[in-house]
Design a protein around this ligand. Structure first.
Ligand SMILES: Cc1ncc(COP(=O)(O)O)c(C=O)c1O
Length: 352
């Protein structure tokens, strides 16, 4: 596929590493392509970063056919720029599109567009340890009509954001609110997809958790009895030297980091178990001193130790609010790989 590049005439000033935070700055360019029934996917192009023209009747604005992905490009110590498991994200977007009755571009087309865009804005990939270029592929329904049915037209676009740490805590343990009022997803719903709607439904709980001093919410299932995931991360617990994570039940996002962590733990011959996990057994393990560690996994935060669960009016402290040895070891494993400190034996990195 040939991708024409229109370069910006007004390059932006690059923010200093300590200003980056997460998702606050965007690079100079974006990738776009459109879908129509007559032409299929067409007009791939890279343009200066700019607002999108969109019809006020576009059905994404009314009926919410919107999906996105999140992945990262890293600058390695030899200055190679690599993407981490980008095929995983492209495939997840395709699976999500089926659930939302959307047309998704074929994975190879998506990947070509992403690679070309990252190459164009390569100078934006942060070079410091902990920094990365966050990649946000987005798929929206653009046909203008009123009435509930799948759109016939779509826009796929990719934007880039240079990022530092996701949480202000960095690798320091975060506090998590155990949410018993709201739920994020239910069986048969959209929970396994990265539909924008899932994030809309999560905002109120997250806002209330923040007021209680918590960085994220621990989502329970529709019965409020079982553990699902943590805000924008999957969740792992170490109990009695076993590593437990909720199995993919259709309402949890199948995180790429979760999948990678499971593979790494298995390669270390550590017992990792995917199964339905009840809140009661986590509370019991904590009260008996058997909950050794808890941590979240996700592209944005990589590995995020959990130092405390706020459950009703109690604070359940995990590992004395310190980073546990397993979370620390996993964090090092992933960052060493991503920044080129160790060889990519699993072929998870793709050079741009
Ligand atoms: C709801 C939710 N769960 C889990 C994850 C972790 O997924 P991944 O490891 O692919 O980033 C994310 C982040 O994308 C998320 O938004």
């Amino acid at each position: 596929m040939s991708i024409p590049v229109e370069k910006t005439s007004k390059p932006k000033i690059h923010p200093a590493p300590d200003q980056l935070g997460f998702g606050q700055f965007f690079t100079d360019h974006m990738f776009l392509m459109e879908y129509s029934e007559a032409k299929g996917w067409h007009n791939p192009r890279i343009t200066p970063y700019q607002p999108l023209p969109i019809d006020p009747g576009a059905c994404v604005l009314h009926y919410g056919q919107a999906l996105f992905e999140g992945m990262k490009a890293f600058s390695q110590k030899n200055d190679d720029v690599v993407l981490f498991r980008p095929q995983y994200n492209c495939q997840r977007l395709i699976t999500g599109a089926t659930r939302l009755c959307m047309q998704a571009p074929p994975a190879d087309l998506m990947l070509e567009g992403i690679q070309a865009l990252v190459r164009t804005d390569q100078a934006w990939v942060p070079k410091f340890q902990g920094g990365a270029l966050y990649i946000r592929p987005t798929l929206i329904a653009t046909e203008a009509f009123l009435g509930v049915r799948p759109s016939k037209n779509y826009l796929f676009y990719v934007i880039l954001s240079p990022v530092g740490s996701y949480y202000k805590e960095g690798l320091n343990p975060i506090s998590i609110w155990v949410e018993e009022k709201y739920i994020r997803a239910a069986p048969g719903g959209l929970g396994a997809t990265k539909a924008g709607a899932n994030y809309a439904s999560s905002l109120l709980a997250a806002q209330e958790a923040k007021k209680k001093g918590c960085a994220q919410v621990l989502w329970l299932d529709v019965t409020h009895e079982h553990i699902e995931e943590v805000g924008t991360m999957n969740v792992f617990f170490k109990i009695d030297d076993q590593i437990l994570t909720p199995s993919l039940n259709g309402s949890i996002l199948a995180g790429g980091t979760r999948d990678s962590v499971i593979q790494v733990l298995k390669s270390w011959n550590l017992p990792v178990i995917e199964r339905r996990l009840s809140l009661a057994e986590i509370l019991e393990a904590h009260s008996q001193g058997r909950l050794q560690e808890a941590f979240g996994t996700g592209t944005a935060a990589v590995i995020s130790p959990i130092g405390e669960f706020q459950y009703r009016d109690r604070a359940l402290i995990v590992n004395g609010r310190a980073i546990g040895p397993l979370a620390q070891k996993l964090y090092k494993e992933f960052t060493d790989l991503q920044y080129g400190e160790k060889p990519d034996t699993r072929q998870w990195l793709m050079k741009i």
